[in-house]
Design a protein around this ligand. Sequence first.
Ligand code: RB5
Length: 149
Amino acid sequence: MIVLGSDHAGFPLKEEIKKHLEDNGIEFVDVGCYSPERYDYAIAAQKACDMVISGEAKKAILCCGTGIGISMAANKVKGIRAAACSDYFSAKYTRLHNDANCLCLGSRVIGCGLAFELVDTFIYTEFEGGRHQTRVDQITAIENGEKVY
Ligand code: RB5
């Protein structure tokens, strides 16, 4: 299960991503927003990321104007590793190396075609583990107030 969320700026791209997921038979839940009316990105980020942390969803895909504000908010949720991506390489490697569990996209930055490629890459690319697990564990340690140096 994928959880989707956006602010008002990301709303049009989120709606296109929903159609793309439907066309490809990928299950999702949409935590809003549900219209182009003003809706602050931190609300969508926290709602979606809480579902990832609770296990109700495996990964989150979030949209705002740049993909940045919503990624900053998402990364404040303990256990979330959110990546704002606007290119294929980053979307692939944030899964392979960072085990990102949240993809953030900017509706004012990229078009639907590229967004769909990034979404598919994010969904289907598996984490490599190994030495990268050590680094992800260090991120978690920082999150828990531990020193990693
Ligand atoms: C909303 O106008 C815009 O600031 C927001 O969507 C996002 O781009 C912030 O990072």
